[in-house]
Design a binder for this molecule. Structure first.
Ligand code: ZN
Length: 327
């Protein structure tokens, strides 16, 4: 079994070298979209494999590997956010890992193992542990039962309780080099411009997520409208865009404004490379004071990414202000 992604090869070798005496609580930390989850998964399989290869990698053929790959290994637990059904019948992810889940994990590690080998608990996203669930896990993290390995995964390790962080050996995973990331992206047939993805986020797996979730298509639709401010219809668009997830809208709008500003001030597009021609036109026409004011407002709204009370009105007001930047 190779590293899950080419840019993780060195980290993977580093982990494999510890297979004989693995850290009992390991924290994989780093930005979203670099493959930490896949690395945790591969590491868990490697630890549970009953006939590992000479280099320590999982064999992919023993019963433990089969169960693991089928998601039924009895000595593996993935502690994560649960899906919940709202009153309206929608399915949403819980915002925290609940204390009942943490207590179940504590019970799990105190049983004897089914396969008389190791036992692995993966906690992801570890920053979703709330105070109660983190406290429930503290003791077993401090003194894990024999042969038990915890693997915590987090995009925001600073949000972990210091008491949890201090009990973990930490492995930081950074963004791949532009070269490695674009080479990989070009091999994925994603119909997405590698240069644009890397300018927008730097994390190659974000591209996969954007395509699969439809966010990439939504972004394109939004930007095609914003690229033609004179033809914008704030009333109609406000209505049409009211259901956009706030985080998606904010991210797209903020980086777009930042680009208009970058072109206005320095003649350079930073994020939306695939819209460079439109941005070049807009940057030259933008009223600097109005643009700065709108960018500042957008940046402040980014701190509160909840659905406002009247989304339609807010969206319409934003679009009117945006149009005025280019009067
Ligand atoms: Zn195996």
């Amino acid at each position: 079994m190779n590293a899950p992604y080419p840019w993780l090869a060195a980290t993977w070798r580093q982990l494999l070298a510890t297979r004989g005496r693995p850290a009992q609580a390991l924290l994989l930390a780093g930005p979203r979209g670099v493959g930490k989850g896949a690395l945790a998964q591969a590491w868990a399989q490697t630890l549970l494999c009953e006939t590992p290869r000479d280099g320590g990698e999982a064999c992919g053929a023993c019963p433990a590997c089969h169960w693991f790959e089928a998601g039924t290994h009895p000595d593996y637990l993935h502690l994560t956010l649960q899906e919940k059904t709202t009153k309206e019948g929608d399915t949403r992810l819980a915002t925290a890992i609940e204390v009942e889940q943490a207590r179940a994990a504590v019970d799990f590690v105190q049983l004897s193992t089914y396969r008389a080998g190791r036992r692995v608990v993966r906690i992801e996203p570890a920053d979703a542990l709330n105070l109660a669930s983190a406290n429930a896990l503290l003791k077993v993290l401090e003194e894990p039962p024999l042969n038990t390995v915890f693997v915590l995964v987090s995009d925001q390790p600073r949000r972990l309780l210091p008491t949890i962080r201090s009990r973990c050996a930490r492995l930081d995973i950074g963004l791949p080099t532009v070269e490695t990331a674009s080479h990989w992206l070009r091999g994925q047939n994603l119909e997405i411009d590698a240069g644009t993805v890397l300018a927008l986020s730097g994390a190659p797996l974000d591209a996969v997520r954007w395509i699969e979730s439809g966010e990439w298509e939504t972004r394109r639709e939004l930007l095609e409208q914003l690229a033609r401010p004179a033809e914008l219809d704030p009333v109609g668009l406000g209505e049409r865009w009211k259901t956009l997830p706030p985080r998606l809208w904010h991210g797209v709008a903020y980086k777009w404004l930042a680009d208009v500003l970058a072109v206005r001030l320095r003649g350079q597009v930073r994020f939306n490379l695939d819209f460079a021609a439109a941005l070049d036109r807009l940057g030259g026409r933008a009223d600097l004071a109005k643009l700065l004011a709108l960018t500042r407002q957008q940046s402040e709204e980014g701190r509160v990414l909840e659905h406002p009370l009247n989304r339609v009105l807010q969206m319409q007001a934003w679009l009117v202000r945006y149009r005025h930047v280019f009067d």
